[in-house]
Design a protein around this ligand. Structure first.
Ligand code: ADP
Ligand code: ASP
Ligand code: MG
Length: 245
């Protein structure tokens, strides 16, 4: 099987967590699966980068902000590849543009238009675990773009769609999708399964657990997305085509 796994910022917050994610990925590789990992910047990196940039120029150009912020995911991807390498398995990290992710030119909120999958396919065929930097792509001018806050989810779903992956899993710091933010509401109820429509409604009401475009893309390509905990690995919530859910 070809499996896409995305790890969010908190799930990669320190070296131990990076190793935990790496060992989950390695286990799948050992089982004979092809594994494509999408990573976010570690912890609060993106917020910290924004704060820092603002001290240099309050109104820095969107183009330069994208070039700057994309670095957070690139560091994370290289670290993940190093963690996998340290476990004795072959891995290669790719930036969004190395991975062939082409977007429009809307800096800070770019939309993925197509993905040239040749490089990723070659690396997978050579038996490597491929680690792609989330949240970024390249526009028609060759400039770095970013996909909007939370956009690594969209990178993962888009790659799963273009590569026709068998599975798309979004690992995060909660164990699934709830009817309300489980960090705020202790009595929130968890879904085992949820339809794209209901998920979109949650996202529109501010549930940042999935990036809005990732849900739209999953729906239009018919990709089932599983949202699950990076810390337990227990089965999470499946977002898919479900009548009356
Ligand atoms: P990641 O860094 O993994 O992308 P995010 O912070 O973007 O994680 O999304 C996970 C967070 O979404 C959770 O920690 C949770 O507080 C929040 N959240 C908000 N609404 C919901 C919801 N309805 N179900 C689950 N999580 C939610
Ligand atoms: N690092 C980016 C953000 O904080 C993208 C992501 O986490 O998905 O918004
Ligand atoms: Mg997120």
């Amino acid at each position: 099987m070809l499996i896409v796994q995305k790890y969010g910022g908190t799930s990669l917050g320190d070296a131990e967590k990076v190793r935990m994610a790496a060992s989950r990925v390695v286990k799948l590789h050992q089982q004979g699966h092809q594994v494509l990992v999408v990573v976010s910047a570690q912890g609060d990196t993106t917020d910290l980068l924004i704060e820092k940039a603002v001290t240099i120029n309050r109104r820095g150009s969107a183009r330069e902000m994208d070039a700057y912020l994309a670095a957070g995911e690139q560091m994370s991807a290289a670290l993940m590849a190093m963690a996998i390498g340290a476990m004795g398995y072959p891995a290669v990290s790719l930036t969004g543009w190395q991975a062939g992710i082409e977007t429009d030119g809307v800096h800070g909120n770019a939309q993925i238009q197509s993905i040239r999958c040749g490089r990723i396919r070659r690396e997978l065929q050579q038996g490597k675990i491929v680690v792609v930097s989330g949240f970024q792509g390249v526009d028609a001018d060759g400039d770095i773009t970013t996909l909007g806050r939370g956009g690594s989810d969209t990178t993962a779903v888009a790659l799963a769609a273009w590569l026709k992956a068998d599975k798309c899993q979004i690992f995060t710091d909660v164990d699934g999708v709830y009817d309300r933010d489980p960090r705020i509401y202790r009595d929130a109820t968890r879904f085992g399964r949820i339809s794209y429509e209901k998920m979109l409604a949650l996202v529109e009401n501010g549930a940042q657990v999935l990036h809005d475009r990732s849900v739209e893309l999953a729906r239009s390509h018919g990709i089932a997305v599983e949202v699950l905990s990076a810390f337990t690995g227990a089965p999470g919530t499946i977002v898919g085509t479900f009548e009356s859910l």
